[in-house]
Structure formats: C-alpha cells, structure tokens
Design a protein around this ligand. Structure first.
Ligand code: GPV
Length: 837
C-alpha cells in the first residue's frame, strides 16, 4: 500500500499508461523499437531470432497490460480463487498462442512481412517451454488455457527448472539425452526478486509454552533456501483475462550465504553453497509414471509447496477475513500426489504459526484441497521413506503421524476390531523402512478425489481406494474425464482445418464451445467441403513428410496411410506391440507375390517419444524400431508399401506438426493401465481415426464417435488379472504369428539379436505382464480391417468428419467447468469487454 502513487499524481500516471499495439503500424513500431532498444540490434543485424524476440516483446507488452488489470480486478472482486499445483507444466511455445489468443495473428503476419520476415519462420525460432514429461504436464497446460479462457480467477504454481525434459537425439539407432538449457532468452517470464520466501529444511522440533500457556511445536535449526518467484502470463482466448503461472526458483538465502567463508577467502566453498541451493530447482525428473524416491525430489516438492502456500496464505491474510473463511476464498487442486505436502504445510501454518486448534485447522485443510489421481500402477504411486522425511521435514512427519492417528481412531470406531483394515489404510506402511503413502494422505486431506476418465475413476474406487470408499462413502470420489484445449490443438496446430470448419459453421464459436462441432454432420454430402477436408489432410501429411525427410533422410509417400504412435515410451503403452506388428506386416509383404503386393495399401509407421534415461527396456524398444526401419526402408521388395520412421525429440511443437497428419493413431495400452490418454483426443479432433484398446478415454471417445468410427481390439480390463494369473500358473501359449516375428528377430533379421533378447523374453519367458501375446492376434486382424477401410476413401472420410463433429465433449473447457462446479466451487469473473469485443 505504501508503494501506491498518491491521488493527485494518478491522472498524470493514467495519461501515460501503457496501451500496447492494436494495428499493424503499431505492431511494427513496437517490434522495431524492441529490436533496436531492448535488444540493441539494428536493421543490419536482425536475424530471425531477433525478429522473434522483438515480436515476442511486442506481444508480451500486450499480455502484461491485461495481466496487470486482471490481477487488480481479481483482487478487487475478492472472490474465491483456484490454485493449481503441478510439478509439471508442458507449455510448448508461447508466441503463436499469444497471437491467436489476443486475435492479432493476421496483424502480426502482415507486419512481419513488411519487415522482411515470414511469420512461420519467426514462430519456429522459439524454444519449447518443456517443464514436463508427458500427459500429466500437458494437461496442466491445457487447464491453464481453459481457466483463463473461461475467466476463472486461477493461478498455476510450479517449479522453474533450469533444465526441462532432456532433448532426445537418436544416434546410430539409440536414444541419447542432451540437456535442455531453455532459459538463455525467455521473454515470457518475469523475475519477481521482491517476492522471495525463506524455505526451511532439516533441523529439529522443540516444544514451547506460548503466552496463553499453550504447548506449541517450534521447528528450529537446519538450513534456509530462498524461493524466488518467476511469473508467466497466461492469456485467455478472446478475453482480456490473463492469469498467472508462478514458478519458483531456488537460490542461496541472503542470510545463509556464508559470509564467514566468503570473507575468510574460502570463496570456492561459499560459491559451492550457492550452487547446492540452486540444485533444488535445477532439473525436472525425467520419469513418467514412475517414482524413484530420491531425497532431492522430496526437497523439490517441499520447496515448491511451502513457497506456494506462503504466497496463498499471505494473499488471504491481506483480506483480513477469519480463518474459517479460508476455504471460501481458496481452492487448491493437487495434480497427482506430488504436491501432497501442501496439505501438511497448511496444517502446520494454521496450528503452529497461527495458533488454531487442531480440529478446526484440519477442517479448513480438508475443505481447501482436492486431489486428482492419474494412475493405478503401483510403481507410480508415491511413497516416501519415513527416515528420509524425518531428517528433512521433522515437523511435517509429526503432523502426518498425528493426522494418521486421528484418522485410524475414526476408522476403528466405524470398523471395530478390523485390525487388517487399519493396517491397510494407514498412511504409514509398516515396511522396512516404514513408508508414507502419499495417495492416502492426499485422500484423507482432501474433500474430493477424482480420476481422469470413467474407467480409471471406477478402477481407483475398486482397487487402491476401495477401503476409503467404505470409510468415506462413494461421494468423496468422482470422475472428471480429461480434455484438451481446442485453441492449441485445433486452431493453432491445424489452422486450415479450423478455417474450413469456421466457414461451414459461420464463425469460430466452436473454439469456445466445442459441442458446436456437431453441426458439421450436416455437411457430409457437401462434395466441395469433403474435397477441401481431404486436401487439408494431405497438405498436413506433406508437411510431416517434409519434416521426416529433413530430420531422418527417409522419404515417405504422403499418399500412404500414416499410422502414428507418439507418446512417452513405456511398456504399458505397448510400443513393443506396435513394432512387433510392423515386423509381422513386413514378413507378410516379403512372403507375398508381386500380384498380391499390388493390392496392399502403402503404410508409413511413425513412432516418436522419449524413454526415461534409466528405463532400459524402453530404450530397447526405441532401438528395435530404428533397427526395423533400417532394414525395411532399404528393402527394394518393399518400396513404398512399408516405411518405418522414428521422429527424434517428440515434444509439444513437434506434436503440432504430427497430430494433424495422421490417418490412424495408436492408443494401445494394456486395458486398465492408461488412466485417460489425451493424445487420443488430439488425433481424432484433427480428423484422424484411432486403433486402440478399451482403455482410458478411448472408451468415452468410442461412446461419442460411435463404434463404427474407431478400431478397437484386445482384451478387456476386467480380464487382465485372470490372464496374468494364467500366465504365471497355467501354461503360457505364445501366439503363433508372434512366434514367427520372434524367430525373425532371433535369426538376426534386424541386426544383432542379443540386443533384443530381454525384450523378447519378457513376453515369452517372464509372464508377458502387458499381454502382448494375448492381444497380438486381435491387433493384427484389426490392422487388416484398417487396411480394408482405408481403401474406401469416401467412407473413410465420412468416418473422420463424423468423428470430429462428435468430439465436443473432450474440450478442456468442459473439464474445467466440471472441476469448478463439482469440486472447487468457484465462479468466473467476467471482465467488461473492451474495444467493442
Ligand atoms: I502418475 N500421467 C503422466 O503423464 N505422468 C505421470 O507420472 C502420471 C500420469 C498421465 C497418464 O499416464 C495419462 O493416462 C493421463 O492422460 C495423463 O496423466 C493426464 O491425466
């Protein structure tokens, strides 16, 4: 308040208030000004990167103006806000998105042309913001877009990793990881050096009497690290609302920076301390669907939770409301269990620092938090060792024990004498060492828990949270099926398709109400429309083919059927099933007569995705794909009938090129393992069909688009357990077609067979946990159906258009509305539209 300009000077201030550009002339003014002054370059020294920088700074100015106004408006409105806590935000590029969201891409295109640049070249200068691994991080990014677009007062909180997900290079058919230093020039973040929070680690807990004679816990000693805020503006689409993503960066605390060492000349040791502090936010853990329990990861989690909670509580305290009003002003959404310590931290703040009574504080905590679960796979469920937590966060461990003790007392009253129930639901697993089960803590500390697709939400209720459904009743558990933002995944990635749709529907309303796509079904007989649709798909395939030849040297025929699987490499996602199927196709082609080959539809099998650096089996799958490509692509017998390519370094900006170019995409996880999947939605929204299992959101996609418009295969989730049991205790019978594929591999058809022994034997000798053999026949047969269907291009096109028209449900806007109404209980804050919008 002391920093605000006195009343008499405010008019002068307002007169000079920044406006930002709206016309082409102004855009050029601003861009050139930034190139010449902010960047200190000139027209003799302006490459595409400088043009990108200048244009970005011009757009950034516009965003910042609305961002400031949005924050003022939200503060003034004094209503409930959402805080979305996620360790990952996979944002991708910002400039293209900013241009489209503020509705000035055409202005920028014309302006850049005047200045001597092509907009596409300028946009592609930007380095992806890749602070995430896969679906979980990208979901967070889609949610930010939807929350801003729907005018919800919402903040994202995350970590500002110095190194995001590694860059993948494929060298001699193997994945090589290269560090991704992305912060060299990042115009989209604002350091807030004035917003710094002290974060404590280690130390011990002692007990003191306060003035009222109350016994309070005091956490003392240990070390302090500073959290510095970096803010990123998140513009909504066609609305002035511009929300904030706050990312915390770690730094040695000023108080802690060891001046003793510094002054005594031990400069190196003192710098070493600095670097140790900075390690906390240095690197994103590159595991997807896997937790490894490393102490540094726990440090990251607490650092980020404590800084975010401090910020949220400080904002609440400014409103001078009673603590009981906290859940009326604050909804905190936990993206998986990674931020579960926020629950404990809020309880600590309320009880230890603010002096609330335990029970009242715990009520506030439960009403504030909600938790979204993203997997049932045991290896991905977070557990932290009690000794590790005891050392790093002694007071938090005490609080967890107290929460557990009160919870177990409640359970014991409800289920007297059920010792096994108490053992099963305890937050503390009685293992060696003892472990804190974070999913249970998150469930107990939240008022709602949701899964991310219907099947997944049902599965968590019958497996990991079965006992908790008995204890709390079914209403605590709910489903919110994932979605994707149509702005990035249709309008930005596939501008021509978006434009064609708009021309038929009479405008772009479908981008903010995706259910409007259903009107497309009226144009199934419109020949010109269908022709243009097909031309757009073809152009998108040509663009991808160009990318493939540029990056791999392999020439693929854009008239062939493009069959794409791009996602993190994981055994449960079954890229191994895909490549084994490709080998089967290759062997089949080799055995055919020239006549038979003529009848075959040419295919391009496209793979992409990163393997966690320590995931040896996943890396072997990449190597097998590359090795098969090496053989198949150079086999004269095969020619265009089959090509196999691995696209290096799959990320958000590559996805924007790949997604619009599929004829069919693969979503073929073992039933019951993929919580939802979101790339399935992206591909169908872009006019591609799916081959998939009855898993995750595939099931709901089938319900929406109709069974005749999707290629489903394989065993059902309900049968998986029995099949696995039969593998282990009955006799395992390898599928005969798959056996032939393994024979070819073992014969060295794709190079040294030893490199693939473990991959093959995981299926043939070690229980085939992911049911590759069980689903193989069904998979092959379904691919034959795909081939057949593709021959009738007219019918195929009709399937595609019909599917797109029925994808309205999968907008992340619908998701956010469900969260807002069912879980967060927040209202949008709709701004007055300016400039006659
Ligand atoms: I747990 N997911 C992810 O990307 N990383 C993780 O560590 C975990 C889950 C994914 C699921 O695998 C997808 O099925 C889901 O669509 C996505 O989270 C978003 O909910």
């Amino acid at each position: 308040v002391e920093a605000s300009i006195p009343e008499p000077q405010r008019d002068a201030w307002k007169k000079h208030s920044a406006q930002g550009f709206t016309t082409k002339e102004q855009f050029e003014d601003e861009t050139v000004r930034h190139v010449e002054t902010t960047l200190a370059r000139s027209l003799f020294n302006c490459d595409e990167l400088a043009a990108y920088s200048g244009a970005s700074l011009a757009f950034r100015d516009r965003l910042v103006i609305e961002w400031n106004k949005t924050q003022q408006r939200q503060t003034f409105a004094d209503q409930k806000r959402v805080y979305y806590l996620s360790l990952e935000f996979l944002m991708g590029r910002a400039l293209d998105n900013a241009m489209l969201n503020v509705g000035l891409k055409d202005v920028a295109r014309a302006g850049l042309k005047d200045l001597g640049f092509r907009i596409e070249d300028v946009i592609s200068q930007e380095h992806d913001a890749a602070l995430g691994n896969g679906g979980l991080g990208r979901l967070a990014a889609c949610f930010l877009d939807s929350m801003a677009t729907l005018n919800y007062p919402a903040w994202g909180y995350g970590l500002r990793y110095r190194y995001g997900i590694f860059k993948q290079e494929i060298v001699d058919g193997y994945q090589v990881e290269v560090p991704d230093y992305w912060l060299d020039f990042n115009p989209w973040e604002f350091p807030r050096h004035d917003i710094t929070v002290d974060i404590q680690f280690y130390g011990h807990v002692s007990r003191h009497q306060d003035e009222d004679g109350k016994n309070v816990a005091v956490w003392e000693g240990g070390e302090i690290v500073d959290a510095v805020a970096y803010d990123v503006p998140i513009p909504g689409f066609q609305t002035p609302t511009t929300n904030n993503l706050r990312l915390w960066s770690s730094k040695a605390s000023k108080g802690e920076f060891d001046f003793q060492k510094f002054n005594s000349g031990d400069y190196e040791a003192s710098v070493g301390d600095q670097q140790r502090a900075e390690t906390i936010s240095a690197v994103l853990y590159p595991n997807d669907n896997l937790e490894r329990g490393k102490e540094l990861r726990l440090k990251q989690q607490y650092f980020w939770c404590a800084a975010s909670l401090y910020d949220i509580v400080r904002r609440f305290k400014k409103s001078k409301k009673a603590w009981s009003a906290f859940p009326d002003m604050v909804a905190i959404q936990l993206n998986d269990t990674h931020p579960t310590l926020a629950i404990v931290e809020l309880q600590r703040i309320l009880v230890d620092l603010e002096g609330l009574d335990w029970v009242e504080a715990w009520g506030i905590v439960q009403n504030t938090f909600s938790y979204a679960n993203h997997t049932v796979m045991p290896e991905a469920l977070e557990k932290w060792s009690v000794p590790v937590m005891q050392n790093l966060l002694p007071r938090h461990l005490q609080i967890i024990y107290e929460v557990n003790s009160q919870f177990l007392q409640m359970v014991e009253k409800q289920f007297p004498k059920d010792r096994d129930m108490l053992r099963r639901v305890s937050i503390i697993e009685e293992s060696q060492p003892k472990m804190v089960r974070m999913a249970y803590l998150a469930t107990i500390g939240s008022h709602k828990v949701n899964g991310v697709a219907e099947l997944h939400s049902d599965l968590i209720k019958s497996t990991i949270f079965k006992d908790f459904v008995e204890i709390y009743g079914p209403d605590k558990f709910t489903n919110v099926t994932n979605g994707i933002t149509p702005r990035r995944w249709l309008h930005q990635a596939n501008p021509r398709l978006s434009e064609l749709i708009a021309s038929k529907l009479g405008g772009y309303e479908f981008l903010t109400d995706l259910t409007k796509l259903n009107k497309l079904e009226h144009f199934l007989d419109d020949k010109d429309f269908k022709k243009e649709w097909q031309e757009i798909k073809y152009a998108n395939k040509v663009r991808l083919a160009q990318h493939i030849v540029n990056t791999t040297g392999v020439r693929v025929n854009p008239k062939a059927l493009f069959d794409i699987q791009v996602k993190r490499i994981h055994e449960y996602k079954r890229q191994q099933l895909n490549i084994l199927g490709v080998i089967h196709r290759y062997l089949t082609i080799k055995a055919m007569s020239a006549e038979e080959r003529k009848k075959l539809a040419p295919r391009v099998s496209i793979f992409g995705g990163k393997a966690a650096p320590g995931y040896w089996m996943a890396k072997t799958v990449i190597h097998l794909v590359c090795s098969v490509g090496e053989v198949v692509n150079n086999d004269k017998d095969v020619g265009d009938l089959l090509k196999v390519v691995y696209i290096e370094d799959y990320n958000v900006s590559k996805a924007e090129i790949i997604t619009p170019a599929s004829d069919i995409s693969e979503h073929i996880s073992t039933a019951g393992t993929e919580a939802s999947g979101t790339s399935n939605m992206k591909f169908v929204l872009n006019g591609g069909l799916i081959i998939g299992t009855c898993d995750g959101a595939n099931i709901e996609i089938t319900r929406e688009v109709g069974e005749s418009n999707i290629f489903l295969f394989g065993n059902l989730a309900e049968d998986v357990e029995d099949l696995r049991h039969a593998h282990n205790y009955g006799s395992f019978k390898l599928d005969p077609d798959l056996a032939k594929v393994f024979d070819a591999i073992k014969d060295g058809a794709f190079g040294d067979a030893n490199r693939f022994t473990a991959l093959c034997s995981s299926i043939t000798d070690h229980g085939d946990y992911y049911l590759v053999s069980d689903d193989f026949n069904s998979y092959i047969k379904t691919h034959a159906l795909v081939d057949e269907a593709y021959k009738d291009q007219d019918a195929w096109l009709e399937k595609c258009i019909t599917s797109v028209s029925r994808m309205g449900f999968f907008s992340s806007d619908r998701c956010i509305q469900e969260y807002a109404e069912m879980i967060w209980n927040v209202e949008p804050l709709v701004p007055e539209q300016r400039n006659g919008k």
